[in-house]
Write a protein that binds this ligand. Structure first.
Ligand code: ZN
Length: 320
């Protein structure tokens, strides 16, 4: 095996890429902002740019690299190398991303969804090291789940295993970004938190959040809600507790269905302070059968924002 691979994490607003060695050290890391929602070609151009910057900085020949791993924020079919769908990025349906990048780089490319790669990153280099059966729950703009069974990522029939965020738990619940009602993601995510803020304001509840809304009905960032809660805003606190309650239900479903050794929690909402996480743990305990509640260890991510590129690099090393 060659000594290095490149991990690329495509997000909605930025792309991060890094050169990683086989021990999981990030040798160099670069980010570039992009508008992934507009057109795949814009993203391909940005990826080409960041790849060339990494390669130039490294002073290494292309022969030093095992390959390039790519994480995409949506459903992907890794075996076919195509993007299936992304509720955030509608222009990407059935885009042959792996082969396009393979032609661009002249190196083997692997493709998977971003949550699966964060899972693999935590499994190989992070909190899940040494386990055999683990899960990674991401609480971010959306809600995602990655599953490792006996040391391998569970991909399912065509790569969409782990779509816990769009499991319906409230049939008359609020509309989700996927079009259904009452998905877990409609509560346990940044999108869900923003929806609850707008609903509270619509219902004329007394909250300082009405003074801090972004223009044009855009998503209210979780940080705004956390800051309001810290200043004693009861509505903001209730919204964070509700997001935590449903995050805990997500954890209980994972433990009930999959019986993992460990569940790692990652994503931006884990930085939203103790209210959401404490509510999540309380809810997980309440909604899981008492005799199995201690079967899984629950840990916060060890790799943080680097989980995606480390997992993408790990996929290259482990698939070679
Ligand atoms: Zn949904």
């Amino acid at each position: 095996m060659k000594s290095y691979s490149i991990g690329i994490d495509i997000g909605g607003t930025k792309i991060t890429a890094g050169i990683v060695n086989t021990s999981g050290d990030i040798i160099d890391k670069q980010s570039i902002s992009t508008h992934a929602e507009k057109d795949p070609q814009i993203v391909i151009d940005s990826i080409g740019e960041i790849f060339n910057t990494l390669l130039d900085n490294s002073k290494k020949s292309i022969d030093a690299f095992e390959g390039v791993g790519v994480g995409f924020p949506g459903n992907t079919d890794g075996r076919a190398g195509v993007v299936l769908t992304s509720s955030n990025l509608p222009n990407w349906d059935h885009f042959p991303l792996r082969d396009t990048l393979n032609d661009l780089f002249g190196l083997p490319v692997t493709l998977d969804n971003d949550t699966n790669l964060c899972t693999l990153g935590e499994y190989v280099y992070g909190a899940g090291r040494g386990t055999q059966n683990m899960c990674y729950l991401t609480l971010s703009t959306g809600t995602g789940l990655g599953i490792i069974v006996r040391g391998k990522l569970l991909t399912g029939n065509n790569g969409t295993a782990g779509e816990l965020g769009h499991v319906v738990i409230d049939i008359d619940g609020p509309r989700c970004t996927c079009g259904k009602r009452g998905c877990i993601m409609a509560y346990a995510s940044g999108v869900g938190i923003s929806r609850m803020v707008y609903e509270a304001i619509e219902a004329k509840e007394e909250t300082e959040l009405q003074n801090n809304l972004p223009s044009n009905g855009q998503r209210v960032k979780a940080e705004i809600v956390v800051e309001a809660s810290e200043r004693g805003d009861a509505v903001a606190t209730r919204i964070l507790e509700t997001a935590g309650l449903y995050s805990g239900i997500a954890l209980s479903i994972i433990i009930q269905v999959l019986n993992p050794e460990m569940v790692v929690i990652g994503g931006g909402l884990t930085k939203a302070g103790p209210i959401l996480l404490e509510a999540a743990v309380k809810s997980m305990k309440k909604h899981t059968q008492p005799e199995i509640i201690d079967s899984a260890q629950v840990e916060l991510s060890h790799l943080g924002d680097d989980a995606g590129i480390l997992g993408a690099a790990a996929q290259v090393f482990t698939s070679g």
